[in-house]
Design a protein around this ligand. Sequence first.
Ligand SMILES: Nc1ncnc2c1ncn2[C@@H]1O[C@H](COP(=O)(O)OP(=O)(O)O)[C@@H](O)[C@H]1O
Ligand SMILES: [Mg+2]
Length: 205
Amino acid sequence: MIVSLYSTKGGCGKSTLAVCLAAYWSQTKKTVLVDADPQASLSVCRQEVLGVPVLQDTGKGIGKTIEKLAGEYQRVVIDTAGYRRRKNLDALAHSDFVLIPCKPSPFDLREAMEAAQLLGEIAGEGGRKGSSPRYAVVLTMAQRTAVSAQIREELQNSGVPFMSAQIGQRVAFVETPITGFPAAGSVAALEIELLAKELRRRLKA
Ligand SMILES: Nc1ncnc2c1ncn2[C@@H]1O[C@H](COP(=O)(O)OP(=O)(O)O)[C@@H](O)[C@H]1O
Ligand SMILES: [Mg+2]
């Protein structure tokens, strides 16, 4: 299963979610993280706490790299760069599922919609193994505020695929690259588990 984190917006939580999902899956599945962002954000992660290999690949043949990894690993998680670039598109086309993180702000909402539109276009072209990559927007850094509730409602009503699972604004997520997966039983750990399970359900459906 190949999952990419994508948005045309920087700072929306792609790398954080990539790290958390990979760390979550690594508890039970052979998992690898691919850093397809030239900024190499994932290089700051402490490998020993994440427990998954991190592969830096911003090269041309990322599609081939991904297919090869998919033969070796049960979960391939790809962190992409936050802007439109050819290599991103290759990674997206070779994914089974693309998650588009969206922060609860009007600016972020607009960018998430643009990213979803792009995914819709790629889906039209046909993706991995002839099937279209599935995608959905996920609300992240959510807070108990009126604007957070409003953005969630707008996403729900927008017609773009939208994850029921959401990720809150939590210190545990900021710490993940240093301390690893959030503590067992914490709300942060539960949120990642619910997100991963919803992804799985959507891919089976
Ligand atoms: N759920 C969250 N709660 C709190 N802070 C978060 C959360 N997700 C990401 N962050 C913080 O927001 C910033 C941007 O996140 P990052 O994952 O680097 O985004 P991107 O990869 O899209 O640029 C980082 O400082 C990160 O620690
Ligand atoms: Mg990043």
